[in-house]
Design a protein around this ligand. Sequence first.
Ligand SMILES: [Ca+2]
Length: 460
Amino acid sequence: MYLSRFLSIHALWVTVSSVMQPYPLVWGHYDVCKTQIYTEEGKVWDYMACQPESTDMTKYLKVKLDPPDITCGDPPETFCAMGNPYMCNNECDASTPELAHPPELMFDFEGRHPSTFWQSATWKEYPKPLQVNITLSWSKTIELTDNIVITFESGRPDQMILEKSLDYGRTWQPYQYYATDCLDAFHMDPKSVKDLSQHTVLEIICTEEYSTGYMTNSKIIHFEIKDRFAFFAGPWLRNMASLYGQLDTTKKLRDFFTVTDLRIRLLRPAVGEIFVDELHLARYFYAISDIKVHGRCKCNLHATVCVYDNSKLTCECEHNTTGPDCGKCKKNYQGRPWSPGSYLPIPKGTANTCIPSISSIGNLPKFNRIWPNISSLEVSNPKQANVCDNELLHCQNGGTCHNNVRCLCPAAYTGILCEKLRCEEAGSCGSDSGQGAPPPGSPALLLLAAVLGTASPLLF
Ligand SMILES: [Ca+2]
């Protein structure tokens, strides 16, 4: 009776949970870098690919305006409403907090009325173009995970370019062009993200979708990250495994969503009409109330935590890696070349940990990045695992590979790859010869053996 009631409640909970689950359970969240598991050898660490949570990245940016003195209010000036050139009773005064519109008001908490916003000086120097660059810098590579959303307080600009940098602002590439007339402004045919496909997802387009005149009431401009994800993950982003698979194997795609800086280039303010009203230039200016940028620190799948310390973002690297992006192996952990983690196989991925350096055993076998693949999951005969071969797993010190199962070593050497002097085992080497050699059974050698196991996909 109680059992059946429990089972039915349990069944109900499972149903409710699966309905409430926004994404299917089949794709990983990659929120753990390692766990302890029990094996025949006892407790050991099991490593997996991991990444920090996606978060609001505007909390960590530095904003720079160019020209630097383009913010309104110094000296104080009045400006007119866009729709009514005779309504000029708004004032901007940088020295009065209630009337100032500094850049930080683009990133404060929004949702209050009236909204807070940054505003530029008006177009008083017409016909010289009123142009402003707004640069957002993280001093850290970040991966965008949601649409960039810019909310304008006044009309959306007639011409604008969103740009990105991957090298801390040294070089810039366009992300998207925005114009009321793409052909006129940028000599580009207007396109929408919906015109793109999996094969053209990296194309840089000019869109008229967000400019004045199209939907005059809207104040928002998007850079559509999610629509681009959807080409791989489906319209509801349910098939994230497919997206992660693509990100894993296509560096260009991954780099497309990676930035260190963004730059909003405002090239021509909203005019709202065909001609500029030269008698009422105080109608023309830029004003932005909110900018949303969601993303995560890029840690190469080697960290779940990204700390903000001294105005700087840094990954807290696991898997024996180090560097701001966990982009290299720690000292003494260079037993094989550094490699980013891999999202595959879903859901845990592959950690590609750095392993201890073993300085005393001559040249280590060269390991390529361990690419997990789907076929590796289908092979389950560990007897076929290679101990040595002619490509990756070379026998050392003149040893020869016998049927891929063992190295035949010269008399003076021993070990799986003949990497060790036999006298070391006996403890009879000269005092100099054993410098730096790991003791028999040391973690370093055990790790080497472990690597040999994992280096062969046949062991999966
Ligand atoms: Ca605001």
